[in-house]
Design a protein around this ligand. Structure first.
Ligand code: G3H
Ligand code: ZN
Length: 286
């Protein structure tokens, strides 16, 4: 069924695994991720950025597409449709209105008080209709769609501020920026595990790890042991999809039927997502 992230993430935190948020970019991504979740018997969060929503034709089309596919595939595992890095209260409201079951309000570029004030308003609207909310503090580096943060501007979240934001807003889960990066890492990721532990102890809510692409398994396991219950992955699925397209086209340079290279891309995404579900421990938890 289509559900919010709330129960999924509480269960994940209590049982020491993480639910993957896999971003969708088109029909094939959506098909692949839903099939992977059902075959792995895993809960799943479909992440939709504002840019991806615009590319696909808007929030309503996405909700309709997801619902239809869930029916076609007889999906029984819990699925959340989640606005990723929602840039404004208005955008969050639009997503909720279209049927999204979860939203992230990303006020991380605002001063703390302003971030809290806006997040609180998103929570009021969302909780009134059973939609879950994620917030962010600090700044996650790297690039994803329209969102780009220079290395020099990337910032680690401050635990006392995280505590204040979570307490005053009532968010369901929380993403403290602790050194993770959107897109490929330059060298080994250096995650702030000491702060993660502090944030876990202070806030008590399930934590979210953005920039899940390229984080070694030992760090994934450590993050989960320190309260991380949701891990976002986008780039890794994109890389495997695009590699499959390149391989298919270079094997048959005269190919012109899109299904002949998008089909393999879909299979590649599915394999990647299944691998992540096993790594995060969400397989078999639906
Ligand atoms: O919000 C989405 C994620 O944080 C994706 O990060 O593209 O590095 O996997 P990634
Ligand atoms: Zn992110």
């Amino acid at each position: 069924p289509l559900v919010s992230m709330k129960e999924m993430l509480i269960h994940a935190k209590e049982n020491h695994y993480a639910v993957g948020q896999f971003n969708i970019n088109n029909l094939e991504f959506t098909q692949a991720i839903l099939q992977a979740a059902q075959e792995e018997n895993s809960p799943v969060i479909l992440g939709v950025s504002e840019g991806a929503a615009r590319y696909m034709g808007g929030f309503k089309l996405i909700v309709t597409m997801v619902k239809e596919l869930m029916e076609t595939y007889k999906v029984t595992v819990p699925v959340a449709i989640h606005l990723d890095h929602g840039p404004s209260l208005e955008m969050c409201v639009q997503a909720i209105h279209a049927g999204f079951t979860s939203v992230m309000f990303d006020g991380s570029h605002y001063p703390l008080e302003k971030n809290i004030e806006l997040t609180k308003r998103v929570v009021e609207v969302a909780h009134a209709v059973g939609v879950s909310v994620e917030a962010e503090l600090g700044r996650i580096g790297g690039q994803e769609d329209d969102l780009s943060v220079e290395d020099a501007d990337a910032m680690y979240a401050i635990p006392a501020e995280c505590d204040q934001l979570v307490r005053e807003t009532g968010v369901d889960c929380f993403a403290p920026a602790l050194g993770s990066v959107h897109g490929p890492y330059k060298g080994e990721p250096r995650l702030g595990f000491d702060r993660m532990k502090e944030v876990k102890e202070l806030t008590g809510v399930p934590l979210v790890l953005h920039g899940g692409t390229g984080i070694p398994t030992k760090d994934i396991q450590k993050a989960i042991s320190l309260g991380t219950a949701k891990i976002n992955v986008n780039t890794e699925s994109q890389i495997s999809a695009t590699k499959a397209v390149r391989d298919a086209l270079s094997a048959k340079p005269k190919e012109y039927d899109p299904r002949k290279f998008l089909g393999p891309a879909r299979e590649a995404i599915k394999d990647t997502v299944k691998g992540k579900m096993r790594e995060f421990g969400s397989s078999g938890k639906a």
